[in-house]
Design a protein around this ligand. Structure first.
Ligand SMILES: [Zn+2]
Length: 262
């Protein structure tokens, strides 16, 4: 009683399938997401299963904790998948620089200062924020980093960045696609995959889907132990339409948080 908790993207899963029983509730066919499958995304009060209630460390303010429970936790899961695939990581790239990549850059910079972070972003505004947050090097998406990377996390809605990312990986490197969907507009780019250049030498391609309660708990706890210098743009509740328009047109940088009335 009285503990400050947050509700992340994970709301509920079946609790009985092979995925739920092995801490991979994110893959459960009955996975329910907060705001999509369960009401409460915009509410001042909501009822949630105990498993979905994530304690928020006292050091994290509400508007910092909110994106950590959403974009941040999914980014953290993508990072865990990258580590699982390549082991110790010394260099990582982010293809696209939305809230998830921004939070992870800040997190990794604080937690693993030795890791080289490269950010690929279309807009100069995003590249500037990436540099300010701790990215060692930045380029537009089609330009190669100074040296090939061990892991790249792609958060773009397009296909062309996937081809570039595969090209920029070290042998044995992994590309983790962190996107709910890919647009069909530039799907023809896939025709340009060159086996030797983009896939050979044991390059791996995988995706990240949803989050588990463990990802959320771990990430929030870790964030509570560091300073997280992230850029958050807040919107008053009656500015919701504007927030959605800004999101749709990629206006502004960093994370966007909607404040519910007190
Ligand atoms: Zn299940």
């Amino acid at each position: 009683m009285g503990t400050r908790v947050g509700a992340g993207w994970f709301f509920k899963s079946c609790g009985q399938c092979q995925f739920c029983l092995s801490n991979r509730q994110n893959l459960c066919s009955h996975f329910e997401g907060t705001g999509r499958d369960a009401h409460g995304g915009f509410a001042t009060h909501m009822l949630i299963p105990q498993q979905a209630a994530i304690p928020i460390p006292s050091t994290l303010e509400d508007h910092i904790a909110a994106p950590c429970l959403c974009a941040g936790a999914v980014g953290y899961r993508a990072w865990l998948i990258a580590v699982e695939n390549v082991g110790t990581i010394d260099s990582i790239g982010f293809m696209g620089y939305g809230a998830s990549a921004h939070l992870l850059t800040a997190f990794l910079r604080q937690k693993f200062p030795h890791i080289h972070i490269h950010v690929f972003a279309r807009r100069e505004e995003s590249r500037r924020l990436a540099r300010d947050t701790g990215a060692g090097t930045v380029t537009p998406p089609h330009e190669a980093p100074p040296s090939p990377l061990q892991a790249i996390i792609d958060t773009t809605p397009a296909w062309e960045p996937v081809i570039h990312a595969l090209d920029f990986l070290q042998p044995g490197g992994v590309l983790v696609i962190n996107a709910i969907a890919k647009e069909s507009t530039d799907q023809n780019a896939l025709m340009h995959i060159d086996y030797r250049r983009h896939l050979w030498m044991e390059k791996k391609l995988t995706t990240v889907a949803n989050v588990t309660p463990r990802d959320l708990n771990e990430f929030l706890t870790l964030c509570g132990s560091i300073k997280l210098p992230i850029h958050v743009q807040t919107y008053a509740f009656d500015q919701l339409p504007q927030a959605i328009i800004d999101l749709r047109h990629s206006r502004g940088v960093g994370a966007k948080v909607l404040l519910t009335p007190p």
